[in-house]
Design a protein around this ligand. Structure first.
Ligand code: UDP
Ligand code: GLC
Length: 456
């Protein structure tokens, strides 16, 4: 398995800054020797106040008001940086409420109506949005001038922020959450992404090797220009510290409106065809008595697909065994009542937060191969990997875990250990903030590959 060591050279340069990288972090990390040392530095350093002034001011830009995976990754980072940073959203929604509830400064600017532009079929219709887009590029640039770094969290934010680079002249970083290939994007969109990176991005961070490799292939950048920081999960939240934790399993299930004594298979994710909910339905139809719980909703307008799933369950005669839970904020409580969690994406998954969340929850995971899945899971060691869009194979894997509870327990235990070791939220925040500190105060190591200016 690939371990998150890709930032090694970067980590060295952060250390050479002699600024404790944790000055950006609220001290919530686990009591590892390193953390204890770092917080001791924070306590005793009388210059802490002046160091915090050097904490970069970051304008985080995200196109979505919804709580998708990219936004869920941005949330803890924005919380860590609340003192001097701000989030700019290009649409309103529950993500804004969540950020504000956490004390993050947030503003919403919806001029360009970028949510109307679909990533897989961007065409001439987008031209109608052009005046709004131009206004939004200018408005991001104007706002960006009072920050040290412009952090572009989604691909539409990338395009708007990067093309404004000439106006704001601030270092930009794109956090790559997508696999920029024809599996996910139309040709025109890929071309735009390539140009945006070329003209207006100074630094990159990819959420997985798979996302980094696709970007490298698209742009021709060297691998050293696209460091990987794997996403992280709040282990404590998923480990079972939920409101329901003291209740026995049957009561917890009943409280969520689920059957208490059946084999429950959970699939967590927004409803969109490439997440493969339809494959999971096909698989469940092949396993008598097992129930499927679909947690999630159509976040980005895919209501036809969502309706199609209900029709499919009816046509398969499994309506009684399929539970549509809708979008849930307390995913940890829902994961905790499952026997198995499946991840059924039919296209390569750029990362797949739900996989590490299920591992942290101590649930055996079955995931379809492709994208970042092999960076997270080792087949039959900490999960099961199946062929994408292959319902019979998925059904076999589920039945196997139903028949072999010892195997399910072993995979779950190894999965939880691996999530804690490689995918903790503390590790993610440490690596991300180090990169941001390095950008704001670069080590005197001229010509670093990670500054894309060198490649223009
Ligand atoms: N999620 C959620 N409520 C739901 C379904 C999903 O909060 O009802 C969360 C899930 O816990 C995960 C995120 O949405 O943190 C989905 O992220 P992932 O990377 O798996 O997929 P994405 O949708 O970003 O492609
Ligand atoms: C995107 C990807 C998902 C990833 C998330 C966070 O939404 O589709 O795979 O986990 O971003 O990086």
């Amino acid at each position: 398995m690939r371990t998150p060591t890709h930032l090694d050279h970067r980590t060295k340069s952060a250390a050479s800054l002699s600024i404790p990288s944790t000055t950006l972090l609220r001290d919530k990390g686990p009591s590892t020797a390193t953390n204890i040392r770092e917080s001791a530095v924070q306590r005793t350093d009388s210059a802490t106040a002046s160091l915090s002034k050097r904490e970069p001011r970051i304008l985080f830009v995200d196109q979505s008001g919804q709580l998708g995976g990219a936004e869920i990754c941005l949330l803890p980072l924005a919380i860590q940086c609340t003192r001097r940073s701000e989030v700019l959203l290009l649409s309103d929604g529950p993500f804004r409420e969540r950020l504000q509830a956490e004390g993050v400064r947030v503003s919403v600017d919806t001029d360009a109506r970028v949510s109307n532009i679909k990533k897989d079929r961007m065409g001439f219709a987008a031209l109608g949005s052009l005046p709004g887009i131009v206004r939004q590029v200018r408005s991001i640039a104007t706002r960006g001038k009072s920050f040290d770094i412009i952090f572009l969290n989604t691909q539409k934010a990338l395009i708007l922020g990067a093309f404004g680079r000439v106006l704001h002249r601030k270092p930009t970083i794109w956090h790559v959450h997508d696999i920029v290939s024809r599996d996910h994007f139309g040709r025109l969109h890929l071309l735009l992404i390539k140009w945006a990176v070329k003209v207006g991005v100074d630094h990159l961070i990819a959420n997985s090797r798979a996302s980094a490799d696709a970007l490298i292939e698209l742009t021709g950048l060297p691998p050293s220009a696209v460091p990987v920081v794997h996403n992280g999960v709040d282990m404590a939240r998923f480990r079972g510290n939920t409101v329901q934790a003291p209740m026995p399993m049957n009561q917890r299930r009943a409280a969520l409106g689920l059957p208490t004594d059946t084999f429950l298979v959970g699939l967590f994710g927004r409803f969109t065809a490439w997440k493969g909910q339809h494959v999971a339905l096909d698989a469940i139809a092949r396993i008598p008595h097992a129930h499927l719980v679909l947690v999630g909703d159509a976040l980005f307008g895919e209501t036809d697909y969502a309706q199609g799933l209900r029709a499919q369950a009816k046509a398969l005669g499994i309506e009684e065994r399929v539970h549509f839970a809708g979008f849930q904020h307390d995913v940890a409580s829902w994961m905790n009542v499952m026997d198995v969690v499946v991840h059924a994406s039919t296209q390569p998954e750029p990362f797949g937060l739900v996989i590490i969340e299920a591992m942290a929850a101590g649930k055996p995971v079955i995931a379809s191969d492709g994208g970042a899945v092999p960076e997270i899971l080792r087949d039959r060691e900490n999960g099961l990997i199946v062929e994408p869009a292959n319902a019979p194979e998925l059904a076999d894997a589920i039945s196997r875990l139903q028949r072999e509870p010892e195997l399910a327990l072993r995979l779950a235990a190894q999965g939880r250990a691996d999530a804690s070791q490689h995918f903790s939220i503390e590790r993610y925040l440490r690596q991300m903030t180090r990169v941001l500190f390095d950008i704001a105060a670069p080590a005197p190591k001229a010509g670093s590959d990670m500054n894309l200016a060198k490649h223009r």
